[in-house]
Design a protein. Structure first.
Length: 95
């Protein structure tokens, strides 16, 4: 079990201020997490090959190809925009 001083030290390293009640709660939580990690250390993985995923998924993506669109489609999109200036769509600044 992790003691209260260790929890205070970890909180100090993380620059987090806790009340005494919160420290006691985190002491219990961290102890439970560390106990679980100890249980995981006991798992026999001798005959298990290393994997990066638990299931055999592959990232299948298409090639990114530039496609030209018609002026008619561009006009429709610009017409649908609530704010525009000429052939440009006006949007709010992001910064």
């Amino acid at each position: 079990m992790i003691d209260l001083e260790q929890v205070k030290h970890i909180a100090g390293l993380a620059r987090i201020n806790f009340t005494e009640k919160e420290l006691e709660g985190f002491q219990k939580d961290l102890s439970a997490i560390l106990d679980y990690i100890d249980k995981l250390k006991e798992v026999d993985i001798e005959n298990v090959s290393p994997t990066s995923h638990s299931v055999n998924l592959k990232n299948i993506t298409r090639l990114d190809e530039a496609k030209s669109s018609s002026d008619e489609l561009a006009d429709e999109l610009i017409k649908a925009a609530p704010h525009k200036k000429g052939r440009f769509v006006k949007v709010k600044p992001i910064f």
